[in-house]
Design a protein around this ligand. Structure first.
Ligand code: ZN
Length: 326
């Protein structure tokens, strides 16, 4: 949840991480050990996954970021990050799925810790953001904190969770942010949940009825390929390749209107009386792992896993952009 306590804990862990990274860096120089500073586990056991708090590793929010429209979006949401090196004149939109009154799907790590999409999509998106910015790309993210994307309005909340209208407005705010940011590409990051712990793997979704659907399929295929390859490059992380599917086959319709729509709002077309501001650029939604599989949930909850996933997303986006150059 979005709370002052959470923000303070985040800052504190960030400092701890910086100190830890510095110690590891010194260790590498002194002992000559080949080790990636900042990764989980230990130099002696590089595959080991610490059961870390998922909020321990995102980049600090928004020192150089500017809000796209603070009248529509919540504080810290729909934020534009300029490139940190060079400027290729292109904008990528990254959506950290769920947030605020919407925890998304829930799962558990092998150590028994409860995890949810809201907390785990954010560090992945911020990792990918840092990679893309360093390569001259402007990145607009749906959120930089644990909060919602849209500012809640009257009737949007039901207790501590969204009402149906709130959930609809917050989801629709993501393609709206991408449009207002003039993004060339949209990538929405989620994690999957299943009815059984045995359901596992990487899945990417695109919408097949948009004018730019062939480009969305190309993007989705690159995301799926690079994610599976990145995970498989780590010993033991042989997660299943669940492939690329259309968005009519995934997601849980929360209402009959949503069921009648038959698409995901973040990717799908307009529908009169239901959804008026669809995304205007090629897009895909990736679910790198299942949180309900404790093995995959532990990867998703680890800083090492989040970095691998974030880098794979950045790489796929870069490959997509390279394929579009004249
Ligand atoms: Zn989700």
């Amino acid at each position: 949840m979005s709370s002052p306590r959470g923000v303070r804990a985040w800052s504190r862990r960030r400092r701890i991480r910086a100190a830890r990274t510095a110690v590891v860096a010194v260790t590498v120089v002194v002992a000559g050990v080949v080790w990636h500073p900042g990764w989980g586990g230990s130099p002696g056991h590089p595959g080991a996954l610490a059961d870390e708090d998922p909020l321990a590793f995102p980049d600090p929010p928004a020192q150089t970021a500017t809000p796209v429209d603070p009248t529509i979006f919540a504080a810290g949401s729909c934020m534009a990050f300029p490139p940190t090196k060079g400027n290729r004149g292109v904008t990528v939109f990254l959506d950290a799925g769920h947030g605020g009154p919407d925890p998304g799907g829930a799962g558990v790590t092998e150590a028994g810790r409860s995890i949810d999409e809201r907390a785990l999509t954010l560090p992945v998106v911020l990792d990918a953001t840092a990679v893309l910015r360093a390569d001259g790309i402007r990145v607009v993210v749906s959120r930089t904190t644990s909060s919602s994307v849209v500012k809640p309005g009257a009737g949007d909340l039901s207790g501590t969770l969204w009402s149906l209208s709130g959930k609809h407005r917050d989801t629709a705010a993501r393609p709206l942010c991408a449009n207002m940011a003039h993004a060339a590409v949209l990538v929405s990051v989620h994690f999957n949940v299943g009815a059984q712990p045995s359901e596992a793997g990487t899945l990417t979704t695109y919408d097949a009825v948009r004018p730019f659907s062939p480009s969305s399929l190309a993007l989705a295929t690159l995301l799926q390929t690079d994610m599976v390859a990145a995970l498989h490059s780590h010993p033991g992380w042989m997660v299943p390749d669940d492939g690329v599917v259309t968005d009519g086959t995934v997601g849980n319709a929360l209402s009959s209107a949503a069921a009648g729509y038959g698409h995901l709002l973040v990717l799908g077309p307009a529908k009169q009386g239901y959804f008026s501001d669809p995304s205007s650029m090629p897009g895909a939604l990736i679910e790198p792992l299942f949180l309900t599989d404790p093995f995959e949930g532990s990867i998703a909850a680890s800083s090492q896993g989040q970095q691998v996933i974030g880098h794979a997303i950045a790489q796929a986006v870069e490959r997509y952009l390279a394929s579009r150059r004249p």
